[in-house]
Design a protein around this ligand. Structure first.
Ligand SMILES: C[S@@+](CC[C@H](N)C(=O)[O-])C[C@H]1O[C@@H](n2cnc3c(N)ncnc32)[C@H](O)[C@@H]1O
Length: 260
């Protein structure tokens, strides 16, 4: 018997499929148009209807009940495809636990699935600096952060993430963080990486999401700034002597950079 069965419907996987936060109009509400894709469509390496992916979830996912509740709640959201894949979130929680992280950064919170995921495994005095520009999304997850009893570990900062990272650096917090997850607008991914690298301690980890960008990195178009930006960072990381790396074909692709 699987530990947890995740229906194909809800096991949506990662997938921030776009980037350029031009604003779109949908059902009378304004949601970010992510550059490509439509609400509810999603991409994963194996495909959300892949029996193999379902097998992976059935045989590896150990999801906290409140985390599952937030995932199911987010599934109803028109932009549920932005939520990180649950298997990838579990990998990050395992890494956070393994390195005994106390201070972590999340760049791009959405409804807070991974924020909650990391807060659940941090010690009681641990902190997640959670960066987003959209408070409405986080409002969906906040009651569940509270229900899980980890609200006190989450410091939500609603402003452009670059500003939050600069404030942390200016506040003398360089080399004090253990883990960072970069999962926001792709045009800024290099800036996020460079600032996180300064904030992270040696031995710390930076996880960069969507590094395969639905396969677009294979042939980045000149006018597609998001794909260009991801591709340039991928090329730079390959030669970056400040880190060891692994690029993992999970979700929409995640690179783990281990600070040396
Ligand atoms: C892919 S979603 C994040 C998913 C989230 N990590 C999770 O666990 O489900 C990207 C988020 O980045 C946020 N975002 C976009 N541009 C941003 C910026 N400049 N600064 C901070 N957050 C930003 C969006 O509002 C959106 O909530």
């Amino acid at each position: 018997m699987p530990l947890l069965s995740v229906s194909k419907e809800v096991a949506v996987g990662t997938a921030m499929l776009g980037v350029a936060f031009a604003t779109g109009l949908l059902a009378g509400k304004r949601y970010p148009s992510l550059g490509f894709g439509t609400p509810k469509s999603s991409k994963t390496i194996l495909g959300k209807s892949s029996p193999l992916w379902q097998y992976i979830l059935d045989h590896s996912l150990r999801e906290h009940p409140i985390l599952k509740k937030l995932r199911l709640l987010t599934t109803d959201h028109p932009w549920s495809k932005m939520m990180v894949s649950c298997d990838q979130a579990q990998l990050m929680a395992n890494l956070v636990k393994l390195i005994k992280a106390k201070k972590v950064i999340e760049i791009g919170v959405f409804t807070g699935y991974n924020t909650l995921n990391m807060a659940l495994v941090l010690p009681d005095n641990g902190r997640v600096i959670a960066c987003d520009i959209n408070e409405e999304y986080a409002k969906i997850g906040k009651p569940l952060w509270k229900e899980a009893g980890v609200e006190h570990k989450i410091d939500l900062r609603i402003k452009p993430a670059i500003q939050t990272l600069d404030e942390l650096l200016a506040g003398g917090e360089a080399e004090t963080f253990d883990f960072a997850f970069i999962d926001a607008d792709k045009e800024n991914c290099n800036e996020y990486y460079e600032k996180c690298l300064r904030l992270i301690k040696k031995g710390g980890i930076i996880a960069i999401d969507n590094v395969l960008w639905g396969g677009k990195v294979l042939k980045p178009r000149k006018d597609d700034l998001a794909t260009q930006s991801i591709h340039h960072l991928n090329e730079k990381l390959l030669r970056d002597a400040r880190v060891s790396i692994s690029m993992i074909p999970m979700g929409d692709g995640v690179t783990l950079a281990f600070k040396l």
